[in-house]
Design a protein around this ligand. Structure first.
Ligand SMILES: CC(C)(COP(=O)(O)OP(=O)(O)OC[C@H]1O[C@@H](n2cnc3c(N)ncnc32)[C@H](O)[C@@H]1OP(=O)(O)O)[C@@H](O)C(=O)NCCC(=O)NCCS
Length: 349
């Protein structure tokens, strides 16, 4: 998708008449904010984002491309700049390449340099959008809207009935404009290394008999997960399994022998973490905390899951921030607020 449009002396050329300048910010790098909500389709067809004020004319020409391995390093830098962090996103980007490479998109500037990224994953009944980021030098110029439009086209083309995402408060208006509504709140918890919490976790870590060793991810686990998550996500579960099967904990009910919970201890996130009840969830968490982590782990959980909150408090996790869990499309039944104790990530649900 190639986009070229420009504004001269406050007039907008190359887009439909309905589009208009919504806001102009002046700074060293002046820019116009173009309201592309009203006619995004025409905007995409006709051209993109480029502006001129006074006697100057600046082209801001974005292209949205499929993401591939060769974009990995440059995109990682864009995301680190967008999220203002020193932490690399390589692992997440590789996960997307493994699970849904055709759902990931990179935004490029006029020179073809990566300046933005967004990822979507289609799980069938539901899909997720995540890891949206624009290089700070290019923010507010419409690239976020273009990337969202591209991902929504991709998901709509696959007839995805429901799309979820976890929105930072500052970015939520972008998603509202794309038809997303609030469904829940996702809380980000982080483990604090306190002596009290460590004592508690040691207390119950002796009870590890419930753990089962499997040779592979079985159809039984897929069905257990999909009944609670709301969709099949075999490729994602296999991806975690391939990382390190030893960090994939599964539990079976001692009477029925059925799977009643599982947990993936990623390098710095605990999740997916799913359990039929509090005691199973507790034992899984307790056992997982015996693994070494790159840093104190995060857990992403529904604010409405009171059991998860209680458990996380008990084990020394504290809430860091909240995100708006937003939905576009039909409501679907899932056990997010009762049996999903930890999401796989913010972008994958
Ligand atoms: C959120 C983000 C991806 C939007 O990308 P973008 O290219 O700036 O998007 P657009 O230019 O199309 O603008 C989209 C909206 O984001 C707002 N926005 C622009 N710059 C922003 C910034 N630095 N922080 C937050 N929001 C911003 C715009 O005001 C616009 O809202 P509006 O349409 O109501 O005016 C981008 O600002 C970003 O990377 N932010 C930091 C990382 C982040 O928060 N990612 C999203 C996690 S949910």
């Amino acid at each position: 998708m190639r986009c070229t449009t420009y504004i001269q002396f406050g007039k907008l050329y190359g887009v439909s008449p309905q589009s208009k300048i919504e806001r102009v910010k002046s700074s060293q790098n002046f820019y116009a904010h173009i309201n592309i909500r009203q006619n995004l389709k025409n905007f995409q067809k006709d051209g993109g984002c480029c502006c001129t004020f006074g006697d100057k004319r600046t082209f801001l020409d974005f292209a949205i491309d499929s993401f591939s391995e060769k974009d990995l390093a440059a995109t990682d830098i864009v995301l680190m700049r967008a999220y203002n962090t020193q932490h690399s996103f390589t692992r997440q980007l590789r996960r997307y390449l493994e699970v849904q490479p055709d759902g990931c998109f990179v935004g490029r500037d006029v020179n073809g340099k990566a300046v933005g990224f967004g990822a979507s994953v289609d799980f069938g009944n539901l899909s997720y959008i995540g890891l949206m980021g624009t290089d700070p030098n290019f923010q507010g110029l419409g690239l976020g809207h273009l990337m969202m439009a591209r991902m929504l086209d991709f998901l709509d083309g696959r007839r995805c009935p429901t799309i979820f995402l976890d929105a930072r408060p500052a970015a939520a208006s972008l998603y509202e404009q794309c038809g997303f509504v609030d469904e829940d709140v996702t809380t980000v918890f982080k483990k604090q290394s306190s002596p009290i919490a460590n004592t508690k976790q040691n207390d119950c870590s002796k009870d590890i008999d419930f753990l089962i060793k499997e040779e592979r991810i079985t159809p039984e686990l897929d069905s257990f997960d999909s009944a609670i998550f709301g969709a099949q996500r075999k490729s994602l579960l296999r991806s975690f399994w391939n990382d390190n099967p030893a960090r994939f904990l599964m539990s079976r009910d001692s009477l029925s022998g059925q799977i009643d919970g599982y947990l993936v201890a990623q390098q710095n996130v605990i999740g997916p973490w799913i359990a039929n009840d509090y005691s199973v969830a507790r034992r899984l968490l307790s056992r997982s905390l015996e693994f070494p982590f790159e840093e104190e782990p995060f857990v992403y959980t529904s604010e409405a899951n009171m059991q998860a909150t209680k458990l996380l408090n008990e084990f020394g996790f504290t809430p860091q921030r909240s995100l708006r869990h937003m939905r576009r499309g039909s409501k679907i039944h899932r056990e997010r607020m009762t049996k999903i104790y930890g999401q796989a990530s913010l972008g994958l649900g």
